[in-house]
Design a protein around this ligand. Structure first.
Ligand code: HEC
Length: 182
């Protein structure tokens, strides 16, 4: 009886690690695009964000950020990201004059640009870049400025929680919020 229970438990664990698992890699070490990321928690949307004062565009893209639900729930409790956190940055074109809209901007076509993952088994945080519509993304080398800007300016553990309105007060109350960019 005990053995049956153990076997059952083993199967349940295998089943749990299957589709809902946000972190899957290919044999060559690429990150598999999480197919259901649009059902995850929406953190924020920036439009035409630029980090130099001379950058501007008539058609600034939207940047939508999503996080896997279990990491979000853990953040609400602790103010920090657990292992296996996956943050998706989706880029979408912005347009005006669509349908009845005469002013302001709406989101149109786009795809995932980059994903930021925390994975202790692969040396903590890493960025993966996705070519337009690609089902898997390649690891961005540590020498690229993604890592230094996020480390220096991200309010919580290399992530830009200062731009994710539902998490700012959580991080502040848990004492994990680092003031940057002032
Ligand atoms: C000069 C600073 C800077 C650089 C360089 C930079 N980022 Fe970011 N990144 C940001 C900011 C600010 C946000 C918040 C965006 C928002 O709120 O829409 C962000 C958000 C993100 C996110 C969403 C999750 C998170 O970590 O908060 C990802 C993924 C990301 N960037 C990937 C990259 C990649 C990949 C590169 C390098 C190719 C890069 N970034 C370079 C400033 C930077």
């Amino acid at each position: 009886m005990k053995r049956m229970l153990l076997i059952g438990l083993g199967w349940a664990m295998i089943a749990m690690a299957q589709p809902g698992d946000p972190l899957r890699y290919t044999k060559s070490g690429n990150l598999v695009l999480p197919a259901d990321y649009r059902e995850w928690i929406f953190l924020s949307s920036g439009i035409g964000m630029a980090y130099t004062s001379d950058a501007s565009s008539a058609n600034p893209p939207f940047e939508n950020v999503f996080v896997n639900p279990s990491a979000y729930r853990a953040f609400l409790k602790t103010g920090s990201w657990p292992d296996k956190t996956v943050l998706v940055l989706e880029l979408r074109a912005s347009e005006s004059q669509v349908s009845i809209n005469k002013n302001g901007r709406v989101q149109t076509t786009g795809s995932v640009g980059e994903i930021h993952v925390k994975d202790a088994s692969r040396g903590e945080w890493a960025f993966y870049r996705f070519a337009k519509g690609a089902p898997e993304g390649t690891l961005i080398p540590k020498t690229e400025n993604c890592y230094s800007c996020h480390e220096q300016n991200g309010a919580v553990d290399t992530t830009f929680v200062q731009f994710y309105p539902t998490l700012i007060d959580v991080a502040k109350s848990k004492g994990t919020f680092k003031k940057t960019g002032e």
